[in-house]
Every structure is written in C-alpha cells, then in structure tokens.
Design a binder for this molecule. Structure first.
Ligand SMILES: *[C@@H]1O[C@H](CO)[C@@H](O)[C@H](O)[C@H]1NC(C)=O
Ligand SMILES: *[C@@H]1O[C@H](CO)[C@@H](O)[C@H](O)[C@H]1NC(C)=O
Ligand SMILES: *[C@@H]1O[C@H](CO)[C@@H](O)[C@H](O)[C@H]1NC(C)=O
Ligand SMILES: *[C@@H]1O[C@H](CO)[C@@H](O)[C@H](O)[C@H]1NC(C)=O
Ligand SMILES: *[C@@H]1O[C@H](CO)[C@@H](O)[C@H](O)[C@H]1NC(C)=O
Ligand SMILES: *[C@@H]1O[C@H](CO)[C@@H](O)[C@H](O)[C@H]1NC(C)=O
Ligand SMILES: *[C@@H]1O[C@H](CO)[C@@H](O)[C@H](O)[C@H]1NC(C)=O
Ligand SMILES: *[C@@H]1O[C@H](CO)[C@@H](O)[C@H](O)[C@H]1NC(C)=O
Ligand SMILES: *[C@@H]1O[C@H](CO)[C@@H](O)[C@H](O)[C@H]1NC(C)=O
Ligand SMILES: *[C@@H]1O[C@H](CO)[C@@H](O)[C@H](O)[C@H]1NC(C)=O
Ligand SMILES: *[C@@H]1O[C@H](CO)[C@@H](O)[C@H](O)[C@H]1NC(C)=O
Ligand SMILES: *[C@@H]1O[C@H](CO)[C@@H](O)[C@H](O)[C@H]1NC(C)=O
Length: 840
C-alpha cells in the first residue's frame, strides 16, 4: 500500500515537472471546484422561474409529474461561456502559478476539476464566485434466466408489445468500465427494420484504434471515456485500460447487457450452451460513459465528467454500478460531488440507479446515500448449477462447476499431483508447495494421471490470481486426465466461489468441511507398504455428476450476504437519517451477462463471450432496464415517480410464499439467514409486471430534495453555495419527504407524517391497511378514500410509541384499490415512550 502511494506521488511529480513547475512531494492533488452561477441545464429554468413563482402544492391534475424531456437541450453559447469563465478564474486566482485544469463541467454542474496544491485550493475556495471545493476521491465497481424469473416474457414485455419493442425510444447511460462494441448483444440487426436513434439523444462515439469507426450503431448510440484524473495521477495504463470506450475489464459490458442487451443471444461458454440471453429492456439504447478502469477503479472527477456528459447528451436513465471506496467526508454525505451532480441530473428528469455496494451484511454498510438516487441491493434468484461427486465409499459431496460429468456409472481413480511426480522431476522446495495446485504439467507423470481424476488444491494463490483454474484445466488436458476436482485449501476461509466453466468433467468443492471429508477419503484409501511407508496404491475412486443443467428450485429471492444494508449511515448531523436505503432488491447473484472479448476482470471467463458473475453491480442494471420499460410506457414520469412505481409494487414474499430471507454472515451465509427487514431489502424484490401499472405514485420534486437538504443542521451555506438558493424557506425533515416509505429513526412519543399520493390510473377507491411496528401504534386518515384519475390526495399517519425500544421494528402500509392496484410501503421505527428519561 505504502509503495503504491509513493508511486503516485512520484508520478504526480513527473507531471508537475512536465508542466514546468518545481517538484515537491505531495505538491498537488485533484480538486473538484463548483461555482455558484447556474450550470447550463438550470440556467433556463432560473430564467423561467424568476418570471412565474411557483404556487403552493395544490392537488392539481398531474402537477407533480415532469413534462416529457425536451429534445433540444440548450448548451451552445452559455456552456462555452462557462468554460471561458473557468479558465479566466483560474488565470486570475493562480496568476503565474502552475495548475492543470482537467475538466470544465458545465451542463449539470458549473465547475471544474483541477490539479493544484492545497494552498491554491484554499485560494480558490476564498473566491466569492466559488461554491465549493472538494478533494477528488476514489470509486470502485461494486442473464439468461432473470427475464423469466422476473416474469418479463409473459408480463412486462407483453404490456410493451413484446421483446422486439420493449424499451424502444429510451436511452440508458452507463457509467462503468466501457463496452465491447463487437458483442452480438449490442448489434442493431433488429428483426423489425424500425430501430431509430431517439431524437432527444445527441451523444457521439469516440473513434480510436481500439474503438474504430462503425463501433456504434442504432443500439449502441454513444460512447466516450473520461480518465483525466487517473492520468494525472500517473496510474492510467494505456495497455490494460484502453484510452477509449473499449472495455478491457468486462464489468461494463456485463452491466450494459443486463439492462439493454439484445434478446435471444445464445450463451455459449467453454463449448456448452446455457440458453439465450436478453437484457431487461432489449430494445432500449445504450450510451457508454467509461470512467472506471481495470487497474485502479476510478475517481470522482472523472465520474462527474461522465455524468455531466450523459445528462447533456440526453440519456433518460443513468446506471451506476459503482460506489465510493469510503464515505466521502463533509458536512453530510449527500453533499459529495457525485451525489450533487446526480441531484442536478435528477432535476433535469433523469432517473438515477446505483448499486448499494458489496459491503454487507452489517447494518449501515450502505455505500449509496441520497434520497434522489435509487439504490439497489442484490438478491439470489432461483437458478443454480449444481453438480456433485460420489466417492467410492458412496459418500456424496456437492460442488460447483459449469462442467459435464464423467461417463456412465464408472468410478475413476483419484490422483493428487503429489502422488504423480515423475521420477526425474526436480521439484525444489518453493515450487513443491504449488505442485498441488496443478499449475504445471512438466513435473508430473502422464501415465499416473491419464484417464484418472486429477485433484487440485484451491489455495489463497487462486484468490490472488497467482494460480488459475484455467491453467489447472490445461494441465489436466495436457496429462489426459478424465476429470478434475478442486478442493478448498483450509486457509481459504469464507471465500465464495463462483461456478467456473470447464470443458472436461470437473467440479469445485466450495465448503471447507466437505473438502476435509474429501481429502480424508482420498488419504485413507492410500495403501502403503508396511515397512517403507511408500505408496503402493492410491485406491480412492469417484464419479462426477455434471453441473451443466440449471436447477430452478433454489429458494429465492433472498438477500445476499454481500449486499450493503441500511439504515442510511450516520451523518454529522444525524443519528440515522430517516431515509430508506436500500430502495429495492433485484437479481444480482450469478448473473449471465455479455463479456468483453478482452475482459480481464474474471480469470475464469477470460476469452469467453459471456460470464456468470455476482454483485449489487449486477442488480442495479436490472432495475435500470425495468425503469426503461416504465419510461417507455409513462414518458411523463418524473424520476421519483419511476422510483415510486418500482417501490410500491415490490414483493416481500419468496417463491414459496414465505418471507424473503436475508443472509447475515459472510461465512456459511445460509446458516445465518432470517426474514429480511426493509434495511436489508428496502421495499422488497422488484416486480416488473406490477411496476408498469402502479396505480398510485409518491412523487418528490427537486424543491423537496432541497428542503430536505436545508433541514440538515448547518447545511444552509452549503446549499446556498451549491444551488444558489438560500434555506430561508420551507425545510422538510427526512421523515417527511414524500418517499414511498416511512422511516423514523427516533420516535419521541408521537409523530405525525403525511404522504401525498397521485393517481396515475383510472378513478379508484382505496382502503388503507397497516401492520404496526412492535412498540408503536399507528393510525391513518383517511383509511378509505376515493381518488379520481390524475388527482392527488394527502394521507396522514400518526405514530405513537407504546413501548421503549432501542432497535428498529418494522411494519407495512398497504393501499388496496378497488381496481386491483396495490401500493405498499415499509414502515421502520425506533420508538421511545419517554425519550428524555432515556437520554443522559
Ligand atoms: C422545448 O424546445 C422547444 C424548442 O425546440 C421550445 O420551443 C419549447 O419551449 C421547449 N419546451 C420546454 C418545456 O422547455
Ligand atoms: C501496463 O500493463 C501492461 C499489460 O498488463 C503491463 O505489461 C505493463 O507493465 C503495465 N505498465 C505499467 C507502467 O504498469
Ligand atoms: C436461442 O436462439 C437461437 C437463435 O439465436 C434459436 O434458434 C433458439 O431457438 C433459441 N432458444 C431458445 C430456448 O429460445
Ligand atoms: C455403494 O452403493 C452401491 C449401490 O447403491 C452398492 O452396490 C455398493 O456396495 C455400495 N458401496 C459401498 C462401499 O458401500
Ligand atoms: C504438455 O506439456 C509439456 C511441457 O509442459 C509440453 O512439452 C507438451 O507439448 C504438452 N503436451 C500437450 C499435449 O499439450
Ligand atoms: C493420512 O492417513 C494417515 C493414515 O492412513 C494418517 O496418518 C495421516 O495423518 C493422514 N493425513 C492427512 C492429511 O489426513
Ligand atoms: C434441484 O435441487 C433441489 C434442491 O437442491 C433438489 O432437491 C432436486 O433434486 C434438484 N433437481 C434436479 C433435477 O437436480
Ligand atoms: C407481481 O405483480 C403481478 C401483477 O400485479 C402479480 O400478479 C404477481 O403475483 C406479482 N408477483 C409477485 C412475486 O408478487
Ligand atoms: C446544530 O449544530 C450546532 C453546531 O454543531 C449545535 O450547537 C446545535 O445544537 C445543533 N442543533 C440541533 C437542533 O441539533
Ligand atoms: C460558501 O461560499 C462562501 C463564499 O465563497 C465561502 O466563504 C463559504 O466557506 C462556503 N461555505 C461552504 C460551507 O462551503
Ligand atoms: C421529546 O418530546 C418532548 C415533548 O413531548 C420534548 O419536551 C422533548 O424535548 C423531546 N425530546 C427530543 C430529544 O426531541
Ligand atoms: C397518539 O397520541 C396522541 C396524543 O399523544 C393521541 O391523541 C392519539 O389518540 C394517539 N393515537 C393513537 C393511534 O394511539
């Protein structure tokens, strides 16, 4: 680590020298500077709103929903002016000094990223026109079957007119590791000949040697990359990272295909066919904004540039499968430059989805914070590829592996490389440790292994990428082994293995306990010479049952142990902020998605065109794709209306009708599970069919988010600086934001909250039902109401504490319409009957 940091400092120095300055260690770093003057996207809003001041929140028809986004976004002269302004500000403030401007942000943020010293940053911060100066920070990257599991072919897609048109006209922007444009999931050879680029999109595709002209088409309609901050730090490796939108990692290609990959693309991996893949919105358009890289992840300055460009290009949805490496500092987490840029994007009508992070399962492990961002956790779905090995003593051990089984009923001898060394093999002490990992055929005796099952140790070196399954498979092939079995080295604790494709019969034993049993059987079968203790015969035999066929009987959905949990983490000004996080869970575990031909992120899938991988990174684009279906059906929905549709219709039951479970430990996760709470799964598991017909919507506007920010103690100056608006007016406590959830982190005896619902369906009468959290009594008024199409209505909820409780308890409110619509929201409360006696 230290070595790493030194390397950065040296690289910065080099650049500094090159820029003509004197080199001092740690002299300069990247800062994101925002200015008070409005960015392009809001400049014209301000002109408009200064003419007509907005009235109170009367319940007019659809008054809370956005108008369709305008195709022509003003930039032109105003945007160019901002660039000149940035340059002249820097020239004036840092007269005669060295600095390097990396970006001018001008569409949704007015500001720039700049390489300066701490003193220079301070100078900038003191300027009247400067709103905020924040240090750059690092970020990281956090399906063949999932369309069926989500009921798309018979549900949501039917409502959209089938897979051939699902998502058409909607553009999803991906802030990720780029894309492999040659992948069939992104070709535009559509079955129907109507697949136009939406008129509201104005993005372009970079052309480089790695990303030649013609890479884009009517499916992949925009592609750029942003790396200035990384390059400035001297850690950008042009070989590995590709100075182009090309995906040298695999992650970005995977996430784009989950949301919007073409329908019916055959998944063929290691020569086996695993069915056909499809994105959630197979006809939506893809715009790629690469800001993450194989060798180091990414930086906020580059991510903000990507967001700024995506918004200016006119994407409808932004999908981020990335999270900060640690909680950004500042008065409140919400004010970090990425979340501020996203707030501004939401103001222009863009729906923003972000992965919750893979930092679970402890409480407050959430890596996505703000109420204007839709945060998605990862759930297991019902497909498993499981195989097993039957030992000669008839003991069966289950395993993982996208591999065939051994032929027929025959048992095959098991051979460890330790017992198959060539007589003349010179294995020195360092390499002998690794012989058991099957990485090198040269010291092994082919006759001992040919036709038998090779057994290999899966050690920490595999986790680190020093040894690979691929090389072990090559060894097995070289020695004509019949099959291969990997057992867990006892030092690899709690490391989750993913099924790996294998051409020959094979399997991995993921459980350390099972691995021990397997080894004991192997060892106890060895026949040794009484006198010399030398091995006479190995004796162990086994048969492998293949794992190529999917089994759909997994109990699902279920919250995965790694999925980050709520409540929203503490801020300086909060105990726990009263905002539900995550918002939703979606499939994220073992997801098939397109893989870049040069994707280096997963050793096991290198060179394959699809990969089976897991994470909240995979869950977020599922929701981005489903949001595209909602935008297609309801083009006028605001970002919060889309969020509401997804939230109020989510399911809290698993396939068998029981409660959705949540894994709560990293090791042996299934033994630790218990029913999921809203802090594990938000509103629940996404229901695509129901989300397309939500009935009622809980809508929030930009002004509501602003009032929420203003309610944070001490936030006034920051809000003023960021938005140009003072906090003199209304403030809204987090608990009172019009979200499709009610979260009260400390209920002091009694609290009244209200929610405004808007009817996006026909006239309907709703009955309200609720289950109260433990220690809380709830009343709702009205408990029954009529609401005509397009109208809004306020509901009032009174929560009374009846019992002290130091941990959160949970309830649910359901609105049941006579027309069949159901809107359900989670209720989370920590109650105090007598708060003041409790506090010291
Ligand atoms: C959309 O753009 C057109 C010009 O192309 C303009 O006349 C119209 O007022 C704009 N609408 C909105 C809502 O900004
Ligand atoms: C860049 O990556 C290539 C390919 O992995 C590697 O060979 C090279 O050493 C790297 N260069 C630097 C400066 O790290
Ligand atoms: C998969 O796609 C291929 C052609 O792309 C088609 O022939 C086949 O029927 C599809 N299979 C399924 C199960 O949809
Ligand atoms: C294993 O089971 C088979 C049939 O189920 C039986 O014929 C065989 O004797 C058993 N072997 C051992 C070692 O128990
Ligand atoms: C097996 O490996 C040896 C040495 O590593 C090599 O000489 C030989 O060509 C390989 N054989 C096959 C069939 O790959
Ligand atoms: C292998 O078995 C022998 C007895 O057959 C025993 O002494 C030895 O400890 C065993 N080794 C392992 C690693 O289980
Ligand atoms: C699928 O898995 C379930 C539970 O793990 C098991 O009971 C069932 O036999 C499996 N079905 C097939 C066809 O392997
Ligand atoms: C999803 O919603 C549809 C339509 O409301 C409903 O029929 C279905 O049962 C829901 N599925 C789940 C798993 O709740
Ligand atoms: C707000 O913060 C200030 C300074 O940190 C503190 O003195 C004050 O008590 C806080 N007010 C509330 C209502 O928490
Ligand atoms: C807001 O801007 C003013 C003037 O530039 C500055 O003095 C102040 O420190 C800023 N406040 C915050 C919280 O950034
Ligand atoms: C709790 O409520 C009581 C009145 O019911 C009030 O006096 C007290 O200040 C409140 N405590 C806090 C910490 O808000
Ligand atoms: C809640 O408490 C208030 C006063 O503290 C009381 O008027 C109201 O009836 C209570 N409501 C319920 C549902 O207990």
């Amino acid at each position: 680590m230290e070595g790493h940091r030194r390397a950065h400092a040296v690289a910065l120095c080099l650049l500094w020298l090159w820029a003509g300055g004197l080199c001092q260690e740690n002299a300069a770093s990247v800062y994101i500077v925002t200015l008070k003057q409005a960015p392009t996207a809001h400049y014209y809003d301000l002109l408009r709103s200064s003419k007509s001041s907005t009235g109170g929140g009367e319940s007019g028809p659809m008054n809370t929903l956005n108008k369709p986004r305008n195709a022509s976004r003003p930039d032109g002269s105003y945007g160019k002016n901002l660039i000149r302004l940035h340059d002249s500000l820097l020239r004036r403030v840092l007269k005669g000094q060295n600095y390097l401007k990396l970006y001018s942000y001008r569409y949704i943020l007015n500001g720039f990223a700049v390489l300066v010293t701490a003193q220079q940053a301070e100078k900038l911060a003191r300027r009247q026109e400067v709103a905020n100066v924040a240090a750059d920070f690092s970020v990281r990257t956090a399906t063949t079957h999932t369309p069926e599991f989500l009921g798309l072919p018979k549900g949501a897609w039917v409502k959209e007119g089938g897979a051939d048109v699902a998502g058409e006209g909607v553009v999803i922007g991906f802030i990720d590791t780029g894309i492999d444009p040659t992948h069939p999931s992104f070709s535009d050879e559509a079955p129907l000949n109507v697949f136009p680029v939406p008129l509201h999109f104005s993005g372009v595709c970079e052309v480089t040697r790695d990303f030649p002209s013609g890479s884009c088409n009517r499916k992949l309609i925009g592609a750029r990359h942003f790396a200035a901050s990384a390059i400035t730090r001297g850690i950008f490796n042009a070989t590995k990272d590709y100075a182009s939108p090309f995906d040298g990692d695999g992650h970005g290609t995977h996430t784009a295909s989950i949301a919007a990959g073409n329908h019916g693309v055959p998944v063929i991996v290691a020569g086996h066919h695993f069915g056909n893949a499809s994105g959630m919105a197979p006809r939506a358009h893809i715009a790629v904004y690469k800001a993450l890289y194989k060798s180091f992840g990414g930086f906020a300055a580059d991510v903000v540039a990507a967001i700024d460009q995506a918004a200016q290009d006119g994407v409808d949805i932004i999908s981020l499968s990335i999270t900060p490496n640690r909680r950004p500092p500042g008065i409140a987490t919400f004010f970090n430059p990425i979340d501020m840029a996203l707030l501004s994007a939401v103001k222009t009508g863009i729906f923003v989805v972000q992965a919750a992070g893979n930092t679970g399962p402890s409480p407050r492990s959430m890596s996505s914070f703000s109420p204007w961002i839709f945060t998605v956790g990862a759930a297991a779905h019902d497909r498993v590829y499981s195989n097993c090995v039957v030992l000669g003593n008839n003991h069966t051990i289950s395993g993982l592996g996208l591999a065939p089984g051994t032929d027929g009923d025959s048992m095959y001898p098991l051979v460890s490389p330790i017992h198959a060394l060539r007589d003349d093999a010179s294995v020195d002490t360092t390499s002998s440790m690794y012989v058991g990992e099957c990485q090198d055929p040269s010291p092994l005796d082919k006759d001992s292994i040919s036709g038998n099952i090779l057994i290999c140790s899966y050690s920490v070196r595999f986790v680190l990428g020093l040894s690979t399954i691929r090389r072990a498979l090559e060894t097995a092939k070289n020695l004509s082994a019949r099959g291969i079995i990997f057992y867990m080295d006892p030092f690899v604790m709690g490391f989750q293995l993913n099924p790996t494709p294998m051409k020959i019969p094979g399997l991995m034993i993921p459980s350390p306990e099972d691995s021990k049993i397997f080894l004991q059987y192997y060892n106890s079968s060895i026949v040794r010479d009484e006198a010399s203790r030398s091995v006479v015969k190995l004796g162990g035999v086994a048969r492998i049952f293949g794992g190529l066929r999917a089994n759909y009987s997994n109990l699902a959905p279920k919250v995965l142990y790694y999925s980050a949990r709520g409540p929203d983490p503490e801020d300086n000004s909060f105990h726990d902020s009263d905002i539900m996080k995550p918002n939703l869970i979606a499939p994220g575990n073992l997801i098939w998605g397109a893989w870049s031909s040069l994707g280096a992120d997963s050793m096991e899938f290198q060179g394959e065109s699809f990969a089976l991988i897991s994470g909240t990174s995979m869950a977020a684009p599922h929701v981005a794709g489903l949001a595209a279906l909602i935008k297609q059906k309801f083009p006028g929905f605001s970002p919060s209306a889309v969020a509401s549709a997804l939230s109020t219709t989510a399911s809290v039951y698993d396939k068998q009708g029981g409660p959705i479970m949540a894994q709560r430990a990293y090791t042996n996760p299934d033994a630790s599970q218990s029913p999921a709470t809203p802090f594990d799964m938000g509103s629940g598991f996404v229901n695509a069919t129901a989300a397309l017909d939500p009935g009622l919507i809980f809508d929030s506007s930009f002004d509501d988010y602003l009032s929420f920010l203003c309610a944070i103690n001490g936030s006034g100056p920051v809000v003023l600086n960021y938005t140009g608006r003072g906090c003199g007016g209304a403030t809204v406590d987090a608990g009172d934001l019009n979200l499709p959830s009610i979260t009260v982190s400390l209920l002091n005896q009694s609290r009244t909250v209200s929610r405004r619902v808007t009817n996006v369906a026909g006239d309907e009468t709703y009955a309200v039902t609720w289950s109260s959290p433990f220690g809380v009594s709830v009343s709702v008024s009205p408990s029954r109401f009529f609401i005509s199409a397009g109208r809004s209505r306020v509901l009032t909820f009174v929560l009374n504490a009846t019992m002290n409780s130091s941990s959160a308890s949970f309830g649910r409110i359901g609105l049941y319409g006579t027309g069949g619509h159901v809107a359900s929201i989670p209720l989370s409360v920590i109650s105090k009957v007598n708060f003041d006696k409790e506090v010291k």
